[in-house]
Structures are given as C-alpha cells and as structure tokens.
Design a protein around this ligand. Structure first.
Ligand code: PMP
Length: 288
C-alpha cells in the first residue's frame, strides 16, 4: 500500500511517525475520514474545509494548501488503485520534545492513508441497530469543542467500551446538560410526526459531512428537517431513528436503552433518506 507522508508517496512499511510526534504523545492533531465511491471522492472540498477550520481552532498551520491536499488525496487513491474505500487524512503538530508545548514542534506531520472500508454487517442495515446511552458524557464545548475533529478520541473510545460492555455496537453520548449530543463516531437523527430532527452542533455534535448531506437529501425529498435539543425520551418515543457517518453511512436504530423505537423495524423515511444518500454518493464527488 502506498501512503502519502509529508509530500512523498512511500510504501506503508516506510510510513513511520516518530515516537516524539505530538499527535502520538498528546493527541495534538486533527484529521478527516473521507470516502471514495466509484472513483469519486465524496465532498472532498467540504472535508478539507472542515480540516482547515479544525486547524484554525487548534492554532495549527497546515503546511499544504487545500489544492495540494486535494491532489494528494486523489493521487494516494490512484497509486493504490482505489475506486471504493476509506481515506484517512491526518495532520499532527509534528515532532517535538517530551513537553506538551507545541512550539517545540518544528513542522506538522501530514499523512494520508487510502484503504478498504469495513462496514457494519449488512444485517444491521436491514434490521437496525440496538444502542444504549452510556455514562461518559461528550466532551464539553468549553473544554474542547466537539466540532473540532481532533485526535482526542478517548472520550468517544470510553463510550464505545461502555457500549460494548452493555452488549451494544453504538452508544448515545449526552452533553453536560443531559441532552443527546451524538454517538461515538456518528451523528444521530430521529423522525417524529414526519419531521427529521437532529441535535445542533452547539449540543455537542460534530458537523458531520454525512449529516450535511442528509439535510440536502431531506430537502430534495420534501421532508422537513431541523435542529433541536433531544432528550433520551425524544429518542425512545420517536417513530424512527438513524445514525450517519462517513464509515457507517446511514444506519437505522430500532432500540435505545431496551425501548423499542417505532415499530422496531427500520422506518419508511429512513429508507427514503438512505436511497437519496446512496444516489448522491455516486454522482457528487471529485473524480480522481
Ligand atoms: N461524530 C463523530 C464523533 C465522528 O467521529 C464522526 C465521524 N467522522 C461523525 C460524527 C460523523 O461525521 P461524518 O459524517 O463527517 O463522518
């Protein structure tokens, strides 16, 4: 496999990050998870824009321009002959000394991995997921804004472990006020009385690229979509529920905390949204 590493294309065996890289030592860095469908990189410009905003928020200067990164993403796919898969673009603070001060890092480390994707097993797309609410709260916006797609995923990882211990594959994380923020790697949507509702980013949700696509799909199919605070009750008592993410795409949820949502089967609006989403990923995107 070929990996882009600081301006060069190298064999994955030679793509090595230093033990002094602050991305590793402190989680000091940002990243994007991107999909390529049929040779089209989905919403690449939006991903690069979000990366730039994450960089601005953590006061990191990305060495490459947006055009250079776009080309590097495409070239990494081309060199791996990847038409369908998952791309991981990471920019760390770089190699520094053992102190956490970022100014010991001379320059950021940038790398891009283009690989195959492992999805949830198909049965969950057909029958829906059963998820739980976990005790670990989403990190507070005044600590580290959850809108920054940083390398600090420990918060989400703890939630994922708690989900597994409760026998579930995904978990709802609440914010400090007790409202639903998002899942460990996905945004969440409910459907109530024909409307699609999702937490705002101010409630602790990442501004997901898939989430944004769902807003476009909903408008195109004529279903109202809006942001609102959601409680666990709102999810328990919704007619339908689904999660979205670059990896998961659109996956129905049929149970939360042991309560059956709606009919207990993936609902009709979720199915419509999924069809709309699948159509878009094939036509929207940057040809490699
Ligand atoms: N929330 C979190 C915490 C995530 O890690 C992700 C995956 N990147 C998402 C939401 C979904 O965002 P996207 O649709 O951009 O993949």
């Amino acid at each position: 496999m070929v990996v882009y590493f600081d301006g060069k294309y190298v064999d994955s065996n030679d793509a090595k990050v230093s033990v002094f890289d602050h991305g590793l030592l402190y989680g000091d860095g940002i990243f994007e998870g991107i999909r390529i469908y049929g040779g089209n990189v989905f919403r690449l410009d939006e991903h690069l824009e979000r990366l730039e905003l994450s960089a601005r928020a953590i006061m990191l200067t990305i060495p490459q321009s947006r055009a250079e990164l776009a080309e590097a993403v495409c070239e990494t796919c081309r060199r791996n002959q990847l038409q369908d898969g998952y791309i991981r673009l990471v920019v760390t603070r770089g190699v520094g000394d053992l102190g956490l001060a970022p100014w010991s890092c001379a320059h950021p480390t940038t790398f891009i991995i283009a690989s195959k994707i492992s999805l949830y097993p198909q049965e969950y797309y057909d029958n829906g997921l059963s998820i739980v609410t976990v005790p670990t709260r989403r990190i507070a916006p005044d600590a580290l804004p959850p809108t920054v797609k940083s390398l600090n995923y420990l918060n989400n990882i703890l939630a994922k472990i708690e989900a597994k211990q409760a026998g579930a594959l995904e978990a709802i994380m609440l914010n400090q006020q007790g409202y639903v923020a998002e899942c460990t790697a996905d945004n969440i949507f409910v459907i109530s009385k024909g409307e699609i509702i999702t937490p705002a980013s101010t409630a602790g949700a990442l501004k997901g690229i898939t989430r944004g696509t769902i807003f476009d799909v909903a408008k195109a199919i004529g279903v109202t979509i809006r942001e609102a605070n959601l409680t666990r009750y709102d999810v328990w008592c919704a007619d339908e529920c689904f999660l979205t993410g670059t990896g998961a795409e659109v996956i129905p949820v049929v149970k939360l905390d042991g309560r059956v949502i709606g009919t207990g089967k993936p609902g009709p609006i979720t199915a419509q949204v999924l069809v709309g989403f699948r159509q878009r990923v094939l036509v929207e995107g940057t040809r490699i």
